[in-house]
Design a protein. Structure first.
Length: 98
């Protein structure tokens, strides 16, 4: 993806979800297995009600040449987590190229 266009993530809505917490993990290399560097501080993860987020406007800072993995958790109206993305950080979701 290109930083000049802004980075927007979209996903299929989860049945019964009232909101989604979003986290991004950063890896310098494609083959690094676990991305431990979080883009957002854990307590500052963005929360959105729609199944999309403009990561750039949320203040995410991306590095050219790095790989990123999204982690999304869906919550119901009571704040219970009803679904989470698989925690396999071996596959990256995108790479910033410029």
């Amino acid at each position: 993806v290109s930083l000049s266009e802004g980075i927007v993530a979209k996903w299929q809505p989860y049945p019964g979800a009232a909101r989604y917490h979003v986290q991004i993990y950063e890896n310098e290399n494609l083959h690094d297995f676990v991305g431990r560097d979080r883009v957002f501080a854990w307590l500052d993860r963005p929360i959105v009600s729609d199944p999309m987020i403009n990561l750039t406007s949320q203040g995410a800072r991306f590095k050219i040449g790095y790989y990123y993995t999204l982690e999304i958790s869906a919550e119901d109206n009571d704040g219970n987590v009803i679904s989470e993305t698989a925690r396999q950080h071996a596959e990256k979701d995108f790479r910033v190229v410029e």
